[in-house]
Design a protein around this ligand. Structure first.
Ligand code: SF4
Ligand code: MSK
Length: 665
């Protein structure tokens, strides 16, 4: 059989560190997700959403002249059901993460998890307000306990709807209620959606997709938003901090520990353990100069945003980190952890350690995490990592790393724009209204081994900032920009369009803002809601000149995020051909159909240039609908710092006229 065509490292990744390590992998004849993607041809039937295996009469593959499954299910139903199932799984994953944080807060409040503290009491008070918890004159632990219990109630509330829905603009809430898609409780919407996809249940694609929106909303405005808030309460609300990104953050002379996954509960303890003088001494006794922590995926984003722990890389770099030969331990929690790490780690001295009661991987060491004994477990893990340092063989750490300033929580953006007493999104709205900022793009989501690693993230971000579009990012998309240097004002502003540059210089922010992990897309919902409730940009998220996208997505969570953003009123573009292309009707329902219902639409577009073109077209269409001036970059770049040298050349009178116009003369 002819061997499949394998991509060269340069064809497989746009990241220099990744390319260098892929070359090493080829030299050592070690397989990675990149080579496995080349070897495995994706099933074309499944890729189109046309394979149903929901009962033992199947799997039914609806190809060629086959129009119905054994039970009579149509292509449209099967495609919609498959999509809905993916949304349910994605929503379950994010939301269950939120539930675990609520239990950690409960244990901390009741004194059962002594290593955790309330690091942000202000946020606790704010969240107490949303969850109708009484705060007046009560001790903080009591409030925290009631907040945790109220958060847990949201998962299984018996009547009514999620309390957090009131955080959305009033017009949006009305749309949800009128359509009957306001989520009732988080678990209920996930279970309801899964129930409907069982054989012999909901067989109306539009009806199924409505419940997919309701379920996704329970994630976005429920599980994910709670996860973000409770994490901020326990570990602090992020604010700008300086750090570095890419595999070059690994240290030749230190014990390197990578934290990977999504939950910050253990990784925050590992951060503390790695600073323990006794353990640092122990590392020195083994010949290392200290202990170096770095992160992969969204655990990385969590510890980066709050502690400044450097990013080793995004999803497709998890195996490459081990390939450096310099990682003593990779400590994983939940989600996005490749099983391929086990055979890879076996070829090096790296110990792969699973820690979540929900995640075991055959061949990995399991040290179960328990919040009640958190720091002691973290210390045990760090000690094991140190023990591996003398076993290191040859190492290869590519010397690539970029500085970045992450930490743009919506609270910090509010503060940066208006100050402590007058925090407000008004200046951002004004900049959009004037046309200095053309619009906003949220670039989020994963890497996908079938797409050249980071290529689309890099392309779209660069194009948007050139076009005066402010970019906010989370997840692995944010890590791609961080590695590229787009997240420091110094490097990125060189690329930015004149209006965006003026605004960023005035506020002192980069044009690409790191807002956290993939669960923190809820922060983006909050930003959009605040923009919609400030004056100038309509009265709903659907009115704002904004687009969401995940050009290299791969996870079911990404589909849940996309769906809740659409149901909240946003236009969302996902990369690739999409999992619903087997049904024209479903493709129409989630785009035009959803646009009519909720104002947002979901499209799958594989080509980067087309993604940018459609996003800008949408932004300009929304600007026009709001009656805002047409985007014109030639109006900007003539004020502020840029203008000083030119102005100083002019005689005083002309200088005054140039700055204030003729009227003041
Ligand atoms: Fe086939 Fe229907 Fe069973 Fe799906 S539910 S596998 S379409 S018989
Ligand atoms: S880790 S879900 S690959 S963003 Fe959040 Fe990255 Fe996507 Fe996992």
């Amino acid at each position: 059989m002819a061997r499949k065509k394998m991509r060269t490292p340069e064809e497989a990744s746009r990241d220099e560190a990744a390319v260098a390590l892929l070359e090493r992998a080829y030299q050592l004849a070690i397989e990675t997700a990149f080579t496995r993607a080349d070897e495995i041809t994706p099933c074309p039937i499944g890729a189109e959403g046309l394979c149903c295996k929901n009962c033992a009469m199947g799997p039914c593959r609806l190809v060629g002249k086959t129009e119905r499954g054994v039970c009579g299910a149509t292509r449209d139903t099967i495609v919609a059901r498959n999509f809905a199932r993916a949304v349910a799984v994605g929503a379950a994953a994010h939301s269950d993460h939120g539930r675990d944080l609520a239990y950690t807060l409960l244990e901390a409040a009741e004194g059962d998890a002594p290593d955790y503290k309330i690091r942000d009491p202000y946020k606790l008070m704010e969240v107490a307000g949303y969850l109708d918890v009484e705060t007046n004159g009560r001790p903080i632990e009591e409030i925290a306990r009631d907040v945790a219990l109220a958060a847990l109630e949201e998962f299984g509330r018996i009547r009514g709807e999620l309390r957090y829905l009131k955080r959305a603009p009033a017009k949006r809430q009305k749309i949800w209620r009128e359509l009957g898609i306001a989520p009732r409780s988080i678990d209920r919407e996930v279970v309801d959606l899964l129930h409907r996809t069982h054989i012999g249940n909901d067989q109306d694609p539009e009806h199924l997709l409505d419940q997919a929106m309701r379920c996704a909303l329970a994630d976005g405005w429920g599980g994910s938003m709670l996860a973000t808030d409770l994490t901020d309460i326990l570990f602090g609300t992020p604010a700008p901090i300086l750090s570095e990104a890419n595999l070059g953050v690994l240290r030749e002379d230190m014990v390197n520990i990578i934290v990977h996954g999504h939950e910050p509960t253990l990784s925050e303890m590992i951060v503390a353990a790695a600073q323990d003088p006794e353990l640092i001494e122990y590392a020195k006794s083994k010949g290392a100069n200290g202990i170096n922590l770095a992160g992969i995926c969204c655990t990385a984003n969590e510890t980066l945003m709050r502690e400044g722990i450097p990013l080793a890389g995004n999803f497709l770099q998890q195996e490459l980190a081990i390939l450096t030969g310099a990682v003593e331990a990779m400590v994983v929690d939940v989600q996005c952890i490749m099983e391929g790490l086990v055979p890879l780690a076996e070829q090096f001295h790296t110990e792969l350690i699973t820690t979540s009661p929900k995640v075991r991987i055959a061949g990995a060491t399991h040290i179960e995490f328990d919040e009640r004994n958190a720091l002691a477990i973290a210390k045990e893990i760090v000690r094991r990592a140190i023990d591996h340092f003398p076993e290191r063989g040859e190492t290869f750490i590519p010397d690539y790393r970029s500085p970045l300033v992450p930490g743009f929580s919506h609270e910090y953006i509010d503060y940066a724009l208006g100050g402590f007493y007058r925090g407000s999104f008004r200046p951002l709205n004004d900049a959009i209204v004037a046309g200095r900022i053309r619009g906003v793009v949220a670039n989020i989501g994963c890497n996908n081994a079938r797409i050249c690693h980071d290529s689309l993230h890099r392309y779209v971000v660069e194009e948007f900032i050139k076009n005066d579009v402010l970019v906010v990012e989370t997840g692995c998309g944010a890590i791609a920009s961080a590695k590229q240097g787009y997240m420091t004002p110094e490097t990125a502003l060189e690329l930015a369009g004149p209006g965006l540059r003026e605004v960023c210089e005035a506020i002192g922010i980069p044009p690409v803002l790191h807002m956290g992990a993939c669960v923190d897309n809820s922060r983006i919902l909050t930003v959009l809601s605040q923009m919609a409730t400030e004056t100038g940009l309509g009265e709903d998220i659907a009115d704002i000149p904004a687009v969401g996208m995940a050009p290299e997505w791969m996870s079911e969570k990404a589909l849940a995020i996309a769906t809740y953003c659409v149901a909240s009123g946003a236009y969302v573009i996902m990369g690739g051909e999409g999992p619903v292309r087997g049904s024209e009707e479903v493709t129409r329902l989630i785009s035009e159909g959803w646009e009519k219902k909720v104002g947002g639409k979901l499209e799958f577009i594989p080509d980067g240039e087309e993604i940018v073109r459609r996003a800008l077209e949408h932004i300009d269409k929304k600007r026009a609908a709001l009656g805002l001036p047409e985007y014109d970059p030639s109006k900007w770049g003539k004020s502020g710092d840029w203008r000083m040298p030119e102005l100083l050349e002019l005689p005083l009178e002309e200088r005054i006229e140039a700055v204030y116009g003729k009227a003041v003369k």
